[in-house]
Design a protein around this ligand. Structure first.
Ligand code: PGA
Length: 244
């Protein structure tokens, strides 16, 4: 299976001109590198750039490899032709107070609309019963869903403490991320009869650690935040994924 690179631009770049420049650099890079067919790229711009970004992803080297993703399930997502949608990002869960019920409802809507949900799960810290926190978040997030529906989701394990916007963030290690994915998988086997969920890792992914995460067979891709809007770093990550 091709590895997936999800670029979560969050609220960046500041101007549309900078966003165009970033896309132009990515397109140029995709034209230059060998084996760009070894991965798929999903670009999730802020909603204010949706309608301008959507046609650009159909041009040049972006056309074959890139899909449009949304950062949240909103009505515009369908009209701009997004194929992927991030659901339950920790910024929404913990900074905007989005409940498990809301995440669950958005997840069901995204599947009804034929989108591919990228469902974020992650514990807030590694103290106490973090495995229990992760397991109950998984149960609440997928509540009421069939094995087929859960299997259609991409599950982004994103430990909140590893996300670069949080103070003192440090990336997880591949071994420890795989261990946490095991906790989620055991829960899904037990509660939803789903034994082969697809996992992505997110949290301070950079050119320094991307190869280590992507090399793990248990990890199907990475969700890149901060480094996805730093042109040089993102180009390095795209080169790295072609070597896996
Ligand atoms: P980060 O963000 O790569 O900047 O840590 C990841 C995310 O929040 O999805």
């Amino acid at each position: 299976m091709k590895k997936l690179i999800i670029a979560n631009w969050k609220d960046h770049p500041e101007t549309w001109g900078q966003a165009q420049e970033l896309l132009a650099r990515i397109e140029e890079h995709l034209r230059m590198i060998d084996h760009a067919d070894r991965f798929e790229l999903v670009i999730c711009p802020p909603a204010r750039y949706f309608s301008e970004v959507a046609p650009l992803l159909k041009e040049g080297a972006l056309a074959d490899i890139t899909q449009l993703g949304a950062q949240d399930m909103t009505p515009e997502v369908l009209s701009v032709g997004a194929r992927y949608v991030i659901i339950g990002h920790s910024d929404r869960r913990w900074k905007l107070g989005e409940s498990d019920e809301t995440v669950n409802a958005k997840l069901k809507t995204s599947l009804e609309q034929g989108l591919v949900p990228i469902v974020c799960l992650g514990e807030r810290s590694r103290t106490g019963d973090w495995q229990g926190e992760l397991a109950s978040q998984a149960v609440a997030t997928f509540r009421g869903m069939t094995p087929g529906q859960v299997s259609q989701c991409l599950i982004a394990y994103e430990p909140v403490w590893a996300i670069s916007t949080n103070p003192d963030a440090v990336p997880d290690t591949p071994a420890s991320a795989v261990q946490a994915m095991g906790v989620i998988r055991d829960t899904l086997v037990d509660q939803f009869d789903v034994s082969h969920p697809t996992f992505l890792y997110g949290g301070s992914v950079s050119p320094d650690n991307a190869a280590d995460f992507l090399a793990r067979p248990e990890i199907s891709g990475v969700l890149v935040g901060g480094a996805s809007v730093r042109s040089a770093d993102f180009q390095k990550i795209l080169t790295i994924v072609t070597t896996i």
